[in-house]
Design a protein around this ligand. Structure first.
Ligand code: BGC
Length: 369
């Protein structure tokens, strides 16, 4: 009888312990409680797949439960993702919106549930339902692209082809604004001639553009962040361009995905003798293009830092601490407290130092380094 009782007590203790463990980790059993929800815009661009991987690497040893969902370029899917995560009880939402304004209703739903919202890389606009913003210095990204073109062309009257990101992305405005500020004086002094935008041509004497003016240019030279659209536009522009807009040219391409497809088009036009083309994101395929001399530069945004900033912020919030911020961004409705990270210009001169020696990528991932 004594033995049976002993066995019974051991069983009780084991059951209680297992229950406690399950409750603590939140990962075991059927529990679907998630503390931090992460929503990224699309799996179709290497940039965001990279962010997913960097989040996974950073969270590998974390005690917090997280879930990452992709919106596949759809604001409706994005809203659905946010709702799924709300149903799992998230306390913090980290979200890079597909469309900055359309994401307003998704984050307002999150706020209603008492969730803290962190905009990740792209600002969510026209709503007061964003608490924090982690970002790179996007004006500096554009300024670096513009400056690279200035530093790497020779002579005067150099044809300048302008391209931009999607108008639904606040960053596309910041990148273009940053580039325009440095390029405009060089357009005014005759170093460059604008080759493919009548709207930019009409504004060529103004260094500071309003959002509306930027919107007009973007409306003409947008790629929508789509490499195919970029390719079609570049083809159309080169077909229409007169002989004085060919030869040695400069191309402002907003990111790596669009830069590669634009570079492919310029590279196959026999009337283009040489071109300098910008990029952004340090995507592996573009690093190979830089090594091969097919893309001139990229702006390296170390996603490890952005991920670490977002996670640190989320953990502070979960621990009831005030996250550290470095400034703020106005989103059209409120000033959103922001943590900003610097960017690095990479071309064939420093590609090894910045991307391989820093262990961002491995040398074996590239040919001819
Ligand atoms: C990001 C870029 C990216 C682009 C297209 C921007 O908001 O900052 O890194 O290339 O979106 O996805």
């Amino acid at each position: 009888m004594k033995k049976v009782w002993k066995l019974f007590s051991v069983l009780i203790v084991m059951t209680v312990l297992t229950g406690m463990l399950g409750a603590c980790s939140g990962k075991t059993g059927g529990s679907s409680k998630v503390s931090v929800g992460i929503v990224l815009p699309t799996k179709d661009e290497p940039r965001w797949v990279q962010d997913e991987q960097r989040f996974k690497d950073a969270l590998a040893d974390s005690d917090y439960t997280t879930e990452i969902l992709f919106s596949q370029g759809s604001s409706a899917k994005e809203k659905e993702n946010v709702e799924t995560l709300l149903n799992k009880g998230i306390e913090v939402l980290i979200i890079a919106p597909h469309d900055g304004a359309a994401a307003g209703s998704a984050v307002e739903a999150a706020k209603k549930e008492g969730v803290t919202v962190i905009a990740y890389d792209r600002l969510i606009t026209e709503t007061d339902a964003v608490d924090y913003y982690v970002t790179f210095d996007s004006l500096a990204v554009g300024a670096a692209q513009g400056q690279y073109l200035i530093d790497n062309v020779k002579g005067t009257n150099v044809p300048l082809y302008l391209y931009a990101g999607a108008s639904s992305d606040n960053n596309a405005f910041l990148f273009f604004e940053g580039a325009w500020k440095v390029l405009q004086p060089k357009i005014a002094d005759g170093t460059f001639v604008i080759a493919n935008s009548t709207e930019a041509e009409a504004l060529k004497d103004k260094q500071e553009l309003t959002r509306d003016e930027l919107g007009k240019i973007l409306g003409q030279v947008t790629t929508n962040w789509d490499p195919n659209e970029a390719k079609n536009k570049a083809q159309t522009h080169l077909t229409a361009a007169a002989a004085n807009l060919k030869g040695d040219v400069a191309v402002l391409a907003p990111n790596d995905g669009t830069a590669r497809s634009i570079a492919d088009v310029f590279g196959t036009d026999s009337d283009i003798s040489s071109f300098v083309v910008t990029g952004q994101d340090a995507e592996k395929a573009s690093i190979q293009y830089i090594i091969d001399g097919k893309q001139s530069m990229t702006v390296f945004k170390d996603v490890r830092t952005l991920v670490a900033d977002a996670i640190d912020m989320a953990i502070d919030i979960l621990d009831d601490k005030k996250p550290e911020t470095t400034g703020s961004y106005n989103n059209g409705k409120v000033d959103v407290k922001a943590k900003q990270t610097d960017v690095i210009v990479v071309d064939e001169e420093n590609v090894k130092k910045e991307l391989i020696d820093s262990e961002y990528y491995e040398a074996s991932e590239f040919k001819g380094l």
